[in-house]
Each structure stands twice: as C-alpha cells, then as structure tokens.
Design a protein around this ligand. Structure first.
Ligand SMILES: [Ca+2]
Ligand SMILES: [Ca+2]
Ligand SMILES: [Ca+2]
Ligand SMILES: [Ca+2]
Length: 514
C-alpha cells in the first residue's frame, strides 16, 4: 500500500483505511514525472452547432499524394456521427492521405508503425487482419490521424506485447484490440495498453483532441488505459477496459484499469465496460473537469471509482453508471471513493462531484440516498457540524454539486447494461474470444481478476481474409464506390464530400462499417 490515509469520519458516510492509489510508479517512458502546470478546470459546453453544409474544394489528393485537406472544417462536427464528449469534434485524419496497413510486422513497409510515423493528415486503413506483435511501444507523434480498425478483414486487428502511446493531437482510434500482456520488451512499469500523455514528453505537443472509441484494451501491467501530464480534451467511449494484470512481473499487485492521472483535464469516459480490474475504475487524481457517464463497472477488487483531490479542485460528473460486484469485489470502500487531501484552510479547492442515476450494490435503486454509495477520506478536523446529521449535510454540501459541471450530453435511452455489453469494445469486424468471454462473464457474474493471460486461455489468434477489391487504392472498395456513384478507377474522390455533410466520402465508407 503506497498511501496511508486517514480517517475516520462518519460511520454513515463511509470510511476508509488505506488506498492503493497514487501515481507512484506510473512514469511513462522518456518523461519527467514532474508536472509544473496547474490545470484550470474549465467546464466546456458541448458544441450545439448544427453541422452545416460546406462545399468541398476541388480534390487534389490521391492515395499516394501528399495530403491536401479538401474542405473547410465544419464547426462542431462530431468526428463520426454520434461521437460525443470532450475532444470529439476533432477532424482527426479527415481529408488526409490514405495509408494502407498491409503487413503485421512491427515495422517496415506496410506496417502500422510506418503509417503512424508518417507525418501529415492521414487515414490508416487495414488490408490485412490478425495479430501485430510489437517489439516496442507504438508512438503516435504526428497529429491528425484516423486509425480505422473496422476496415481490417477477417477477425480484425489485435496488437500485443506492447501498447500505444499517444503524444500528439487530433487522433481517432477505432476498433482495435490492444493487449500488451507480460511477454514483451516493455518494462512492466510502462506497460499500458494505451497511454495518452500531455506535453511533458520531449518536444511533443502532447495528447489532446483524442477519441478512443470501440477499442478493447486489456492485459496491461501498469494501467490499461491512462492519461497523464496534462493530456486534455479526450474521449474514451464504447470501449472495454478489462483484466488489468495483477501480480506478474512487477511482483506486486497492480491490476489497474483506467487512470486519469496528474493534471489531465476534460476527459470524457462514456459507455465503457470496465471489468476485472482491481482498482482504478477509474482513478481520477490531481484535478481537472471530467465526466464518467453510462459506464458499466464489473468485478472491481479493492476499489471501484476513486477521486483523489490534492488541493486541485477536481470536478467530475458521474451519471448513469452501473456498478456490478463480482467474485473479486471486496474491499472496504463503496462504489465511489472521494479522497480529499486539500490542506486545511483551502476550502475552495475541494473536489466536487455531480451524481445522477448511479446504481450499485450500496444503492440498488434511485430511492436510496446517493451518500450510500460514497466513501470519503477527509481530514476529520475539517468536517463541520455537531451532530452526525449536520456532518453529513456538510459533507454533501461541500462535495456534491447540484448540476453537471462538464460537457452536456444526451442521455442514452434504454438499459445501460444492455447497451454497453452489446456494443462495447472492438466489435468490428467481430469481437474476439477475449471480449466474448469477458462480456459473458459480466452477464453471468463470473470470472476473476487475473495475474497473466495464461490463466484465461492465453492470447487469441486472429485470422486474416482477402480484403475487398479497391482498384484505385483510395480506401473505398470498388463495390461500395459503384453503389455510391463514385469512381472506382479514380482515387480523387475519397477526400471529396459529395453530399456536403462535412464528412469525406472515405469517412462515409468508414462510418458504414461501424
Ligand atoms: Ca501508465
Ligand atoms: Ca476505391
Ligand atoms: Ca475512387
Ligand atoms: Ca459526406
């Protein structure tokens, strides 16, 4: 246990002994873990602009030419239809060159690494499916990139043995499986499936305007997904974050799901499944304004969600989440644990949460007071009030907000659990056996936190298949182009926007696969 805190407070409010929470040991590679900036939480409204028609300029790009953006950006256009959350109006690789991944090799011609290391706006499609075994971390250093895993033939794409590190901006990743495991070359302390790092790594601009959507991330040794060092304006949506490895090469238990780490700001976490992670479901530490909406948290171990505020004015909206205990679930804390290390006398910098429609073991329905699913670590001396009732009232008044503080959102209709379990993760072309098993385990309330992938059958194999015919190599198959009235013999039309809705023709094809 790295952090020993406090404090007893109110029996009814819930209480804690130790936490296993800090950012200790989470240093990303080549980075100095000494953030110097203090973030200013800035609630940001969701753009309400209705996408307007913008004529497309004459296309000049080809599949092999240098990128030529084809149209003025449409203000407020979601990066794909239905995208929501902080950063989700990024253009990503829109209008850029098409780069096809044709090799599963770690590097070299046709590799994913080569595609990501190519500067300039780009849309990365896959002409091969299967498993990419990385020999080292896969960095995204250059901005404006779309990685469309849904285009992969066969069983789709899985990345193993190392993870992805995003240190640039305007990035969309969809339908990828990232399962580092414990057999690769990355130090366990750095071995995240996906890390989004702010401007603290070399001279990189840092991660912002990043959308991670329909991604399956599992078997990390550090975190599974993390944001750190001031990464901001990020959405992690419709994804599965599962089976963070516990006692493995690190020698200590470190099954950590999702870390919104030091000085991250404006991170949306929506409609994700977090399953079989001992802690950090998520951990939000040191500030920022974030939202956690419509997620399913299953089978946490010692803790589910934790907010550690260290004199940092953290603001988080927890809305419509479902906490389902599983065989690993234990610990003394309730579903949402608020730890405030704000020094005495700095009352204006306490964390504040907005809670609405969250259900869990300690609050099985909306009739139960929200306080029942909260645990607090607070210096007892700051708590005001003589009687228990007065103290609880003070705690509520101090730590709970009456209205959402982050981006606006559209409440999804239907059942959250049904939605998440049916659609989360890399579902295109199809879910792999890891995701199918995890989802089945949520339905049946089975499974456990694991130490290594061998305990659950090891790495799956994914097969490739013949990709669709694409004669002009613009990323759109011949058949689809003919159906759309495009020219299967000309690559000029991929970056055009024939219906003027702001999405290029190539994007329309990518969206048709979602
Ligand atoms: Ca990490
Ligand atoms: Ca084509
Ligand atoms: Ca074409
Ligand atoms: Ca269009």
């Amino acid at each position: 246990m790295k952090t020993v805190n406090i404090l007893a407070i109110l029996a009814l409010v819930g209480i804690v002994g130790t936490s296993c929470t800090s950012g200790d040991g989470d240093s990303p590679p080549n980075a100095t873990p000494t953030p110097t900036a203090t973030p200013t939480p800035t609630p940001t409204a969701t753009p309400t602009t209705t996408p307007t028609v913008t004529p497309t300029a004459t296309p000049t790009a080809t599949a092999t030419a240098e990128p030529t953006p084809t149209s003025a950006p449409v203000a407020g256009l979601p990066v794909f239809p239905g995208a929501e959350g902080f950063g989700s109006t990024t253009p990503a690789g829109r209008g850029g060159r098409v780069i096809a991944v044709t090799s599963l090799a770690d590097r070299g011609p046709g590799s994913l690494r080569e595609a990501l290391e190519t500067p300039g706006p780009r849309v990365v499609i896959f002409r091969v499916g299967g498993v990419i075994r990385l020999r080292e971390l896969l960095f995204i250093r250059h901005p404006f990139v779309t990685v469309a895993g849904q285009t992969a033939p066969g069983d789709g794409i899985m990345i193993r043995d190392a993870g992805i590190v995003v240190i640039s901006h305007d990035v969309l990743l969809q339908h990828l499986r990232v399962r580092p495991g414990d057999e690769g070359n990355v130090r366990p302390e750095d071995n995240d499936a996906i890390a989004l790092l702010g401007p603290k790594v070399g001279d990189a601009p840092g991660a912002f305007n990043v959308v991670i959507d329909h991604v399956s991330a599992s078997w990390g040794e550090d975190e599974t997904i993390s944001t750190f060092f001031g990464a901001h304006d990020i959405t992690i949506s419709n994804s599965i974050i599962s089976e963070a490895l516990n006692v493995g090469r690190r020698g200590v238990g470190h099954s950590a799901g999702l870390l919104i780490g030091d000085y991250s700001d404006r991170v949306s976490m929506r409609y994700n499944l977090l399953a079989h992670n001992d802690f950090r479901n998520p951990l939000i530490i040191k500030g920022g304004t974030h939202d956690f909406i419509g997620n399913v948290v299953y089978d946490w171990g010692i803790e589910a969600s934790l907010i550690v505020d260290i004199d940092s004015s953290t603001r988080v909206d927890f809305i419509r989440n479902r906490y389902l205990a599983g065989p690993s679930s234990g610990g003394e804390v309730k579903e949402i644990w608020i730890e405030s290390r704000t020094p005495r006398g700095k009352g204006s910098t306490r964390p504040r949460l907005y809670l609405s429609d969250n259900i869990g073991p300690n609050r099985p329905n909306e009739e139960v007071d929200v306080i029942e699913m909260l645990s607090f670590s607070i210096d007892p001396s700051v708590i005001q009030g003589e009687t228990l009732e007065e103290q609880i009232a003070w705690v509520k008044q101090t730590y709970l907000a009456e209205a959402p503080q982050s981006a606006a959102f559209t409440a999804p209709s239907g059942d959250v659990i049904e939605r998440v379990l049916s659609s989360a993760g890399a579902t295109r072309p199809r879910r792999d056996e890891v995701d199918r098993r995890v989802v089945d385990q949520v339905w049946s309330r089975t499974g456990r936190i694991i130490d290594n992938p061998r305990q659950v059958g090891g790495f799956p194999t994914l097969s490739s298949a013949a990709p669709p015919q694409d004669s002009d190599a613009d990323g759109m198959p011949d058949e689809w182009e003919l159906w759309q009235g495009l020219d299967p013999a000309s690559a000029l039309d991929g970056s055009q926007d024939v219906d003027g809705d702001g999405y290029t023709n190539l994007e329309e094809y990518l969206h048709s696969l979602l």
